[in-house]
Design a protein around this ligand. Structure first.
Ligand SMILES: Nc1ncnc2c1ncn2[C@@H]1O[C@H](COP(=O)(O)OP(=O)(O)OP(=O)(O)O)[C@@H](O)[C@H]1O
Ligand SMILES: [Mg+2]
Length: 250
């Protein structure tokens, strides 16, 4: 498999605090890859450096052979990378349908037209995405009133509206009940498979990580201390010591 995303010697500091330390990383086209690590390890920062929400101090990020450093987030979305955020990021007062519709309109670059009922824009595309994430029957509900798990599903539909080839999910099951977690992960797995997506995700729930990741990278104090198959990572002595050891006590 070829590398879809190649990251080389990436550094990021916040006022002298090093959050990303010389990270070199390759994501293969089509793989499902988890980035794990304790709270504050630098997972979200790593995602922000990929998606243009943060600019690295040093190093390169290349997606399908194209250098991403310095590009604004909306440009990176257009190149085929979509993400969800650790905190819910939807329009709470709009309906579920409208949230997805707005995302499709934003992506297609279509303007609201005075002579065309807004409702008809991307009607079919919106419907398809809602069905894909299992929200078709909630289309007319106010987004902010959905359960937490369903709001995360809505975020996923919004991310998919940009037709990404690479999907970044930052803790897709955080705050979910075990049942919601199971449903969300099953749905993510189906969607990734159906659309042939490459998936990079962070997650604290190890049953989720080891349940779906084909490869895992471990971040610790901003540094990748291990990267490989679930078995290799599970048995890595340094991972056991610094990561699993910390969790066993926390
Ligand atoms: N904008 C910022 N300014 C200052 N420090 C920051 C900023 N963003 C992140 N940090 C610090 O960088 C470190 C890594 O944070 P980050 O959010 O990337 O960790 P994380 O692995 O995503 O943690 P969690 O599992 O809690 O989500 C933390 O110590 C955090 O306080
Ligand atoms: Mg985080």
């Amino acid at each position: 498999m070829t590398a879809m995303l190649s990251i080389d010697g990436l550094w990021k500091s916040f006022a002298g605090f090093v959050a990303t330390r010389d990270v070199t990383f390759e994501l293969l086209a089509g793989e499902t890859h988890a980035v794990i690590g304790p709270n504050g390890a630098g997972k979200t920062t790593f995602f922000n450096l990929i998606t243009g929400h943060l600019r690295p101090d040093k190093g390169s990020v290349s997606f399908e052979g194209r250098d991403l450093v310095g590009l604004p987030p909306q440009k990176i979305v257009r190149l085929g990378i979509a993400r969800s955020f650790q905190r819910i990021n939807i329009y709470p007062r709009l309906t579920v349908f409208e949230n997805v519709q707005v995302a499709l309109i934003a992506h297609e670059g279509q303007q609201w037209n005075l002579f065309r009922p807004g409702r008809s824009l991307h009607r079919q595309g919106t419907q398809e995405l809602l069905e894909l994430v299992g929200l078709a029957s909630e289309a007319e509900e106010t987004a902010g009133e959905l359960s937490y798990g369903k709001q995360k599903q809505l975020e996923l539909a919004i991310a998919l509206a940009s037709q990404p080839r690479l999907l970044l999910l930052d803790e897709p099951t955080a705050g979910m009940s075990p049942q919601e977690t199971g449903e969300t992960i099953a749905s993510v797995r189906d969607i990734v498979k159906a659309r042939g997506l490459t998936l990079l995700f962070t997650e604290h729930d190890m049953s989720v990580v080891f349940g779906i990741a084909e490869r895992i990278s471990v971040l610790h104090h901003g540094e990748i201390i291990a990267s490989g198959t679930p078995d290799a990572v599970r048995n890595d002595p340094e991972v056991k010591r610094v990561y699993l050891g910390e969790h066993a006590h926390g």
